[in-house]
Design a protein around this ligand. Structure first.
Ligand SMILES: Cc1cc2nc3c(=O)[nH]c(=O)nc-3n(C[C@H](O)[C@H](O)[C@H](O)COP(=O)(O)OP(=O)(O)OC[C@H]3O[C@@H](n4cnc5c(N)ncnc54)[C@H](O)[C@@H]3O)c2cc1C
Length: 338
């Protein structure tokens, strides 16, 4: 698929677009190849303009990127259109209406946590620990510290890059599940509305400091994408504990290492490749299965890898009938099949 004509049309409408652009610097792993066509958007108008142009290029694959903190992009890159969500100056504010806090899709989660607390609203303090955007957090149903997006989201305003339709999608139709939702690569979360409770700002600040302190103590710094594997079902040990007791802490291929500090984190050192990260993931998955008889699946989104590898790491429940039905329903709502 060539994206030359698409590039020219996006440039012609005044968008900030580049061809054959490295994606590694846009991710927290810092690995991966180039995007064939990469457009930076910092307003709803920009996203609408992208969808209008894309309408004439139905065969081009799309990838929406927030902070790239949950993405592993293959060394061959992504042969399609990458839409990079960049916060605008107005994205730094939340709006509050009664119990509802609303934030733009490109706002960073730590900013959401701090702005909400500053506005005297409680319930989103945990978001300070997630180094991604609000839109990425909705798509992934990000969570931690006993909460997740599903527990607060009332609805999200979503644009379909294919149909250009913008709809306010209620939480039920987003079909949140553990680290996922019904949203697909054609959907852009423009904004989200979340339930909160009245709270003294000082109480929220204490909670934020506790979350930040806990993260510093328990999680490694450096280049990673947070937890790599989804915790298996209730009753089983956590993915990190299973990896640890399989003797994999410190396991290394090239410059890629299973973290010594948290065994469910994979650290990418200088000179790492996406292939080495995928190789470490494969080794961890097969060793844990040999030792414990439990198959681990990826929490990190893989982009541009072979279908076999993607299937190997994709949780089978994501293809279950209820989740597929919810995805189809969302596609219908957003006119994706029109
Ligand atoms: C140190 C570290 C700690 C972490 N801890 C946690 C944790 O505790 N809990 C947790 O859940 N995650 C955690 N993560 C993972 C990650 O931060 C979250 O998944 C985050 O929500 C991803 O947001 P992002 O903007 O970086 O999305 P990206 O990584 O850019 O994208 C992730 C997915 O979201 C989609 N997407 C991004 N933006 C949008 C948008 N506006 N509209 C539609 N789709 C979009 C992408 O297409 C992709 O499918 C951690 C990561 C790191 C590096």
């Amino acid at each position: 698929m060539t994206t030359g004509a698409l590039f020219a049309e996006l440039a012609a409408v005044g968008l900030d677009v580049h061809s054959d652009r490295p994606l590694a610097p846009l991710t927290t792993y810092g690995v991966g190849g180039n995007g064939a066509c990469v457009v930076k958007v910092s307003s709803v108008d920009h996203v609408v303009a992208v969808s209008e142009v894309l309408h004439r290029h139905p065969g081009v694959d799309t990838l929406v990127m927030g902070r790239g903190s949950n993405l592993l992009i293959a060394d061959i890159g992504f042969n399609g259109l990458v839409i990079v969500m960049a916060p605008s100056s107005t994205e730094n504010a939340v709006s509050v209406d009664g119990d509802i806090v609303e934030a733009g899709g490109a706002m960073l989660m730590p900013v959401l946590a701090r702005r909400s607390v500053g506005a005297g609203r409680g319930g989103l303090e945990w978001c300070v620990g997630i180094p991604g955007t609000v839109g990425g957090a909705v798509r992934m149903n990000a969570g931690g510290h006993g909460a997740d997006m599903a527990s607060s989201v009332v609805d999200a305003t979503v644009l379909s890059l294919r149909s250009g339709i913008i709809a306010r999608v209620p939480a039920e139709q987003l079909d949140f599940y553990f680290r996922g939702s019904a949203l697909s690569n054609n959907h852009v979360v423009l904004s989200v509305r979340m339930k909160t409770a009245a709270q003294e700002a000082a109480t929220g600040t204490t909670e934020i400091n506790a979350v930040v302190g806990w993260r510093r103590e328990h999680q490694p710094g450096g280049r990673n994408a947070g937890s790599v594997f989804v915790n298996p079902g209730s009753g089983d040990e956590s993915a990190g504990a299973l990896i640890d007791s399989a003797g994999l802490r410190g396991f290394t291929i090239g410059a890629v290492t299973v973290s010594e500090k948290h065994a469910n984190f994979i650290q990418a050192g200088e000179g790492s490749t996406a292939a080495d990260i995928a190789a470490v993931m494969s080794h961890v998955q097969s060793t844990v299965e040999d030792v414990h008889g439990i198959r681990l699946y990826s929490e990190v989104c893989l982009v541009g890898f072979s279908a076999d590898l993607m299937t190997r790491f994709s949780h089978p429940s994501h293809a279950s009938a209820p989740h597929v039905a919810a995805k189809n329903e969302l596609h219908r709502l957003l006119g994706d099949h029109a």
